[in-house]
Design a protein around this ligand. Structure first.
Ligand SMILES: C[S@@+](CC[C@H](N)C(=O)[O-])C[C@H]1O[C@@H](n2cnc3c(N)ncnc32)[C@H](O)[C@@H]1O
Length: 201
């Protein structure tokens, strides 16, 4: 039986299927034609690297984080892979996205919570996350995607997820499709992945 992550050449990549993997799989096709891309939570730069490596040469990527140390790690990772020229690293809250981005957004990624291995005190917060999500939804291009991974396993993450679920489920069907993915046999409130596509202006 073919395992997830095994390519047709027979090379085996033991990729664990988790929310971030699902997000990457669903974004990959659209990335090739995307020109204005946002990573709202750069963290250790893995998502920023994924966006940079899978988008066209002319794509512009904006990566936000409120921690300078996170952006330093992201910068090094991008440099190691020779894609740093496509990425603007912004040391600011994603709640201020509108101050930097004026053009329609093709793809935006949010991977909420705290920096793995970092302080749990510096996590995303429902008020700024909602502000950022609303700004991205307003700027989202026709056919554009907003991908968001929420972590309801901690207290603020649960509040954040409840509010996001309310906002996402209330989006008008005429303009947006909203889907949700989670592991239903995992306990202790596993992460949840949302994908929103703007289908009509
Ligand atoms: C789960 S990590 C992101 C993981 C990252 N995408 C990666 O691939 O490594 C969440 C990040 O969000 C950042 N963050 C928290 N609040 C933020 C805000 N208001 N604006 C931008 N980034 C924020 C944290 O500093 C942390 O680095």
């Amino acid at each position: 039986m073919r395992r997830y992550g095994q390519n047709y050449g027979g090379e085996i990549n033991l990729q664990v299927v988790n929310v971030v993997y699902v997000a990457h799989c669903l974004l990959k096709n659209k990335l090739t034609g995307a020109s204005n891309i946002v990573d709202a939570t750069a963290g250790k730069g893995k998502d920023t690297l994924f966006l940079a490596q899978n988008s066209g040469l002319d794509a512009e990527i904006w990566a936000f984080d409120i921690q300078e140390s996170a952006l330093d790690v992201t910068k090094r990772l991008l440099e190691q892979h020779h894609v740093s020229n496509k990425v603007r690293l912004i040391l600011d809250s994603h709640a201020n996205i509108h101050q930097y981005i004026k053009k329609p957004i093709d793809i935006a990624m949010f991977n909420l919570g705290y920096l793995p291995g970092g302080s749990h005190e510096v996590a995303t917060h429902s008020s700024s996350t909602l502000e950022a999500v609303e700004q991205v939804l307003r700027l989202l291009n026709h056919g554009g995607l907003l991908s968001l991974v929420a972590y309801p396993g901690h207290e603020e993450g649960q509040r954040e997820n409840t509010l996001l679920q309310q906002v996402f489920s209330g989006l008008p069907t005429r303009c947006f499709t909203v889907s949700k993915w989670e592991m239903i046999n995992h306990f202790n409130k596993p992460p949840i992945f949302y994908l929103i596509e703007k289908v009509r202006n």
